[in-house]
Design a protein around this ligand. Structure first.
Ligand code: KDG
Ligand code: MG
Length: 394
């Protein structure tokens, strides 16, 4: 079935999302997510100027060939902008194929491997009491796994995703304060939340290796499900150091965009969970390959699932999570009501577990007409500075 038309829509139902709408000549519509937080318009330009014109008239059936055409055929490989663009098209083509065959996407990926996908929610606050209250509310709503992030230590999660006047929100961060406060938070969390709940933490690439080793060891008594992104994503030696000296489970990879980039951390088993996403690592086609590759090394999936991945990308990840054997856990940050209205996702959350929709395709709809009334707004991730003003990883 030929591709007749591809629309690239950047809209703001609560926050910016880039949605690709692929139409085939028989009127089937496939949806894809290419949202790259803070750089949405770059992906839109890449798609509109260089990808869409080459897709009109191509067969929508040839998903693998189209993936190779966009990746290999461009000569310039990888990078977050190109991979988000490829992801959007690839996801839309899988949506089309599943719709045309009349099955939910996970059936094309081998059928389900489990009854539901364990998910974790985000608990945060300005001090330990607030974080624990936030975690208790999540547990009350059914979660059995929660990520704990402390605002005072510099975690600016509390800040709006957007910005003041279209400029990034700025916060200060100090490693010594963070490293003092975090083990205390987890000590309290274990005492007040009990030993059964799964606890996670994300260090957002902020630590130097020696700091990360110390923290990973200090956290050992609290048996974290994982300690995420302790050091810069490309600092393999840093991960080796942590791995050799601590038994705290590690997760990394949300900023990686290709299977090649996951090679060292997976093959050397420097991590326990791989965090790549459908939206940022080249779509369903590419993420399936990463999951299978990781399975060889007993690395499980922990696909990135923040609310800056749209319900389309999130649903695609869920179909994979439901089907791959080496699923670990799925991040579920929840969505703004406006986003739920714009995309009508059919995935279900029940007692801490997620399941994708059962309708043909991804189980997502997109209201293009309403999207026109929710135009792009300039918004960026916050930035962090050290106490002396030096720019640091957020
Ligand atoms: O756009 C970046 C966010 O998605 C990221 O900072 C969130 O680290 C994150 C996570 O683990 O969800
Ligand atoms: Mg993260």
């Amino acid at each position: 079935m030929r591709i007749e038309n591809v629309n690239v829509v950047v809209s703001h139902p609560g926050r910016n999302y880039l949605t690709v709408v692929v139409r085939t000549v028989d009127g089937t519509i496939g949806l894809g997510d290419g949202t790259l937080n803070g750089r949405e318009l770059a992906v839109a330009a890449y798609l509109r100027d260089h990808v869409v014109p080459t897709l009109i008239g191509r067969s929508a059936d040839r998903i693998e060939d189209t993936w190779q055409f966009l990746y290999r055929g461009a000569y310039w490989r990888g990078g977050p902008v190109a991979m988000a663009a490829i992801a959007a098209i690839d996801t839309a083509l899988w949506d089309i194929k599943a719709k045309q065959l009349g099955v939910p996407l996970y059936q094309l990926l081998g059928g389900r491997s489990r009854d539901g996908c364990l998910s974790y929610g985000h608990a945060s606050g300005r001090d330990a009491s607030e974080v624990i209250d936030s975690a208790l509310a999540l547990i009350e709503s059914g979660f059995s796994a929660v990520r704990l992030q402390l605002g005072l230590a510099g975690e600016p999660r509390e800040a709006p995703a957007g910005s003041r006047g279209g400029m990034p929100y700025e916060s200060r961060w100090d490693a010594a304060t963070y490293m003092r406060q975090l083990p205390r938070l987890f000590e309290r969390a274990r005492a007040e939340l009990g030993s059964e709940v799964h606890l996670l933490h994300d260090a957002h690439h902020r630590l130097r290796p020696v700091e990360a080793v110390r923290l990973a060891r200090d956290l050992e008594p609290y048996r974290l499900f994982w300690f995420e992104d302790p050091v810069q994503a490309d600092n393999y030696d840093g991960l080796r150091l942590i791995r050799a000296q601590s038994s705290t489970a590690l997760a990394a990879g949300e900023v990686l965009t290709t299977i090649a980039q996951t090679r060292t951390i997976v093959q050397e088993q420097l991590i326990d969970y791989v965090r790549t996403s459908v939206t940022h690592a080249g779509g369903v086609t590419a993420l399936r390959r990463i999951a299978d590759f990781a399975s060889v090394y007993q690395v499980r999936t922990g696909f990135h699932g923040p609310d800056d991945i749209s319900p389309i990308g999130f649903s695609a990840a869920l179909h994979l999570a439901y089907s791959v054997h080496n699923f670990g856990i799925q991040e579920y940050a929840g969505y703004d009501p406006l986003a739920l209205e714009a995309f009508s996702p059919q995935f279900m959350f029940d007692n801490g577990f997620l399941r994708p929709g059962e309708t043909p395709g991804l189980g997502v709809d997109f209201d293009e007409v309403t999207a026109r009334d929710q135009p792009y707004e300039r918004e960026y991730l916050p930035i962090n500075r050290l106490i002396d003003g030096t720019l640091h990883e957020w």
